[in-house]
Design a protein around this ligand. Structure first.
Ligand SMILES: Cc1cc2nc3c(=O)[nH]c(=O)nc-3n(C[C@H](O)[C@H](O)[C@H](O)COP(=O)(O)OP(=O)(O)OC[C@H]3O[C@@H](n4cnc5c(N)ncnc54)[C@H](O)[C@@H]3O)c2cc1C
Ligand SMILES: NC(=O)c1ccc[n+]([C@@H]2O[C@H](COP(=O)([O-])OP(=O)(O)OC[C@H]3O[C@@H](n4cnc5c(N)ncnc54)[C@H](O)[C@@H]3O)[C@@H](O)[C@H]2O)c1
Length: 494
């Protein structure tokens, strides 16, 4: 069967949904193809369940840090209740609600595995096998968007793949926390999952080949290492597993490169992601299966010739293949992928209607923030949040910068929030521009401080002007004032 529609989207994760929403809002006919659950990794095995699993123990720790509330905490974490709350947030891995949203928005859903079949053509099969199944072929009048996301990387460590390792999927959908968990990796998934399971009372060992959260300011890794140890986890850095074996008793034995061994009940692999592009027909449009999809500022895939596009085509052709979200490797974060999806959806609609497009820096159709201000919240113990450039990245990029760094306790709000509060804040300021280009905070509940930093960076607010953005007393936002004071009060203009 063959059907013509305006736009076809591969993958109904958060990013595919956002593209669909924008093109549908512009009146285009859109079909989204999904072979698993509408809502994607984020809703069922990543952001949502992981944050719900983290929240209860974080609330308990917060209560224990405040006299008066601490005395009222008389029991331990109710792990069963936490898991039930997680089940509710993932709707028991049922996508009825998300499908209802698609229906209400007038977005078509085709369940099955989608793959490209030459320019503007997508074949969908129920089980991914064209031969055995009746396939539906969609021909897109305007565009095909790949929003297929990413999968965990399985490092080639002897015996690992045969040891039934966990990935983030098993960890976020856990039904009975293991007594002992070994975690390979020192990135975001490793730190968040170590926080979850240590909070559950699991004996956690994190095995990281370098420090934790190496892409952030160095004090972040130190803080999270200390925080995890405070929860009873073991954090071993500078080590690598060389052999993994699942014994007849069901234990996992990991041999490390220093000759030592770690014994656990499960091993979680948290060593990064690879693109879900190996079976989506990239070869039919001249691209390499398994590669990340390189895109331009409007998410059009590079290296794919433009095609004529309806009556509004000027003759030179219009880009037709787009990639948004994890699959383009610009920023593996839901919010950033959705941002790309909104821009790309509007761009596709504008091109289809023959309207002007704006791909200039900060233009409505350009995902400029991907290069300048990607906010990330690591919901570990403690929280670690950052946006923009670290000092090291800015210096490497040849920027002339100065930095200011203060203790979070210099803001009264932090001290009131919790006794014994610990945390740091740092700004990276571009000397030439006189604006903030990077910000990092650690400590309890710093997540909500991050958006102010994102606004300052995206808005290119001069540091001088930030002195007029007065934080309320006694909130943690007063840390901004402390940071500005550390930078020095501006002198009057002559
Ligand atoms: C444990 C964990 C926690 C995370 N926590 C956060 C967080 O707190 N905040 C944050 O911003 N990010 C977080 N992330 C990252 C976030 O999950 C991803 O950035 C986000 O899911 C990417 O969205 P996406 O739509 O690009 O891909 P996905 O969410 O992976 O969705 C892609 C969809 O495409 C479908 N699909 C793939 N191939 C095909 C095909 N050929 N045919 C049909 N359908 C197909 C898949 O089934 C899936 O539904 C986390 C990641 C992990 C692993
Ligand atoms: N709160 C959030 O925003 C959130 C939470 C979880 C995941 N995510 C996103 O999901 C993505 C995946 O997270 P992740 O933690 O898997 O990846 P990551 O890139 O953050 O970290 C990967 C870690 O694995 C280590 N590593 C890589 N190969 C290894 C090997 N062969 N042996 C041992 N260690 C190895 C790296 O040194 C690094 O510490 C990230 O890009 C992250 O942004 C975001």
């Amino acid at each position: 069967m063959q059907r013509e529609v305006d736009v076809v989207i591969l993958g109904a994760g958060p990013v595919g949904e956002n593209v669909a929403d924008r093109v549908r809002a512009a009146g285009l006919e859109v079909v989204i193809v999904e072979h698993e659950l509408v809502g994607g990794e984020c809703s069922y095995w990543a952001c949502v369940p992981s944050k719900v699993l983290l929240r209860s123990a974080a609330a308990l720790r917060a209560a224990k840090r405040v006299p008066g509330a601490a005395e009222a905490v008389t029991g331990d974490l109710d792990v069963e209740a936490v898991l039930r709350r997680r089940d509710s947030w993932v709707s028991d891995w049922d996508d009825h609600g998300a499908v209802g949203w698609l229906d209400d928005a007038g977005i078509g859903l085709e369940r099955g595995h989608g793959r490209l079949d030459g320019p503007k053509r997508v074949v969908v099969t129920r089980d991914g096998d064209d031969e055995r199944d009746e396939a539906v072929t969609f021909v897109a009048r305007h565009a095909v968007i790949v929003a297929t996301g990413s999968d965990p990387v399985m490092p080639s460590i002897e015996g690992l793949a045969e040891s039934s390792p966990w990935t983030s999927r098993e960890a976020t959908s856990v039904e009975r926390p293991p007594a002992r968990l070994a975690i390979l990796g020192g990135g975001v998934v490793a730190c968040e999952m170590a926080t979850v399971f240590a909070g559950f009372g699991t004996e956690v060992v994190v095995l990281a080949r370098s420090g934790l959260l190496g892409a952030m300011e160095p004090f972040v890794g130190d803080a999270v290492t200390a925080g995890l140890r405070g929860l009873g986890a073991t954090v071993r850095t500078g080590v690598q597993a060389t052999l993994v074996e699942r014994t007849a008793d069901g234990e996992v034995v990991l041999t490390l490169d220093d000759g030592s061994t770690v014994v656990a009940d499960e091993v979680l692999v948290a060593t990064g992601r690879k693109p879900r592009t190996d079976a989506i027909g990239l070869e039919t449009v001249g691209l390499e299966p398994g590669d990340w999809l390189r895109v331009d500022e409007g998410m059009a895939v590079e290296g794919v010739p433009a095609e004529p596009s309806g009556e509004n085509d000027s003759g030179s052709g219009t880009p037709w293949l787009y990639a948004a979200g994890d699959v383009n490797h610009r920023a593996l974060l839901t919010h950033q992928g959705k941002y790309q999806g909104r821009a790309a959806g509007d761009l596709i609609a504008a091109r289809a209607a023959g309207h002007p497009v704006d791909l200039a820096e900060w233009g409505v159709h350009a995902a400029t923030a991907d290069h300048v201000a990607v906010p990330q919240v690591v919901f570990a113990e403690p929280e670690a949040v950052a946006v923009g450039l670290t000092e090291a990245a800015a210096t490497k990029a040849g920027r002339s910068v100065r930095t200011v760094e203060v203790s979070m306790t210099s803001a009264s709000g932090a001290g009131i929030l919790a006794d014994g509060y610990e945390g740091r804040a740092k700004l990276v300021i571009d000397d030439e521009l006189g604006t903030v280009i990077g910000a990092t905070f650690t400590g309890q509940d710093v997540a909500e401080l991050l958006h102010a930093a994102t606004v300052a960076i995206v808005g290119e607010v001069p540091v001088e002007r930030l002195w007029h953005a007065v934080p309320s007393f006694p909130t943690m936002s007063e840390i901004w004032l402390r940071l500005l004071e550390a930078d020095g009060r501006p002198e009057a203009r002559a």
